[in-house]
Structures are given as C-alpha cells and as structure tokens.
Design a protein. Structure first.
Length: 224
C-alpha cells in the first residue's frame, strides 16, 4: 500500500525521524513509518531504528497483541493496524486487562524480547474488545539468551506495567506486585538520577517531544 491514487493517508505524527501515517485503501488499513523525511543528519538513525523494529516484529510474527510486519524496504516500514485506543485514552480499569497484559509481557520474554519503553502510555493500547496490545519496538532488546541483563530489562517492563495498574486499577494490586513496585533496579535508579533529565532535555529541544516520556505532541494518535 504505497502510492496508490485510491489510497487515503492520515499523518499521525511527523518529527525529526520522519512520518508515521495511517493508510487506507478500501477496507485495508495499515500503519507506515516513513524515514525518508527525517531531518538532515538523522536519516541514518531513523533507518536504523526502523530496521530494528522490523527485526523485532519478525520475531513476534503471529503473536496477538502486537503489530504484524507487512513490509520493510530499508526506508519505509509497513505494519498492521491495531483497532484500539492508547492507554491514556482507553484508561483500563478492569483487572482482566492487566492480567492479559502480564501474559503478553511473558510472551514477549519467551521470544527473547524486552520492550524497554513501556513507561509511555501511548505504547500500550486498549483494543476494541478490551484486550491489551503493545506498539513501538524501536528500542527493544532482542536476544537469543535470557541472561541476567535481559531478565532485569524484562522485569523493568513488568514494573512499568504495574505502575500503570497502580494508576488505573490500584485496588487490584497484589502484595507481590506492590513489592515489585517498591524495589527499583539499579537501571531505574540510575536512569532517574542522571539519564532521564538529559533525555527530556534532548527530546524536547531537538526532537520536539513533550508528553508521556517523549511520546510527542501527537503521541496519542501514534499509538495505533
């Protein structure tokens, strides 16, 4: 679905790394990440991130709750459309959503993948049937070995999910989950002490990101 005269395109997000578009042709709907419009000097990085996401989606092929890779030509990534709303709009308050989301994280881990960006609510979807989904795998960790660092990163994914559960469904937190929330890893402590402030400064000044940990002004729409 590229360049057809019968195609309608909505730009969901445009930033220093290119554009994210929702393309419709009849009943077919896809999401495109087009790196060709990246800011001068950042094209290589935009393509690297998109290529990494394509690799992740290939590994997750067939898994419910994540986009499916449809095409990657080195500049444009095409993935399936997920009919849902970003978490901050869907506001899941049913404990079943978070139980299903936990199962989804376990499925990602079983395939050797830690997302690394689940603090952002726009990266979580509430699908039309109430089920959870996860998008945006540009900075995920992919490995064939479940070593100590991978297990730590996967645990951070879980902590971020539990932080969202604490926001939307606090009464459903179990004692074990509360203990997980209370124990921050050295990665989380170091990030909050040093990297987070620098990241926000760079993201806001250079890339124009503002909300939800760098989700961007149009991050709400990008979640699909």
């Amino acid at each position: 679905m590229r360049g057809d005269e019968n195609e309608t395109v909505d730009v969901l997000k445009a930033d220093a790394f290119g554009r994210i578009e929702c393309a419709r042709q009849g009943d077919a709907v896809v999401i495109r990440r087009d790196t060709r419009g990246a800011r001068f000097g950042l094209g290589w990085f935009a393509r690297l991130a998109a290529r990494h996401e394509a690799r992740a989606l290939r590994r997750l092929a067939g898994l419910d709750g994540v986009p499916q890779l449809l095409a990657w030509d080195g500049a444009v990534l095409v993935r399936s459309y997920l009919d849902g709303r970003p978490m901050q709009c869907g506001q899941p308050r049913d404990p079943r959503y978070f139980r299903a989301a936990h199962r989804l994280l376990k499925a990602l881990r079983a395939r050797g993948l830690a997302h690394n960006d689940l603090a952002k609510e726009p990266n979580w979807l509430v699908l039309a049937d109430g089920a959870p989904a996860v998008v945006d795998f540009q900075i995920c960790w992919i490995t064939a070995r479940h070593g100590a660092l991978f297990r730590l990163l996967a645990r951070e994914d879980l902590r971020h999910l539990l932080k969202h559960k604490r926001t939307y469904c606090p009464g459903a937190l179990t004692p074990v989950e509360k203990r997980v929330l209370a124990r921050r890893s050295w990665i989380a402590r170091g990030w909050h002490a040093t990297g987070k402030r620098l990241y926000k400064l760079i993201a806001r000044r250079l890339f124009g990101y503002w909300d939800n940990e760098g989700g961007g002004r149009d991050g709400l729409r990008d979640a699909k």
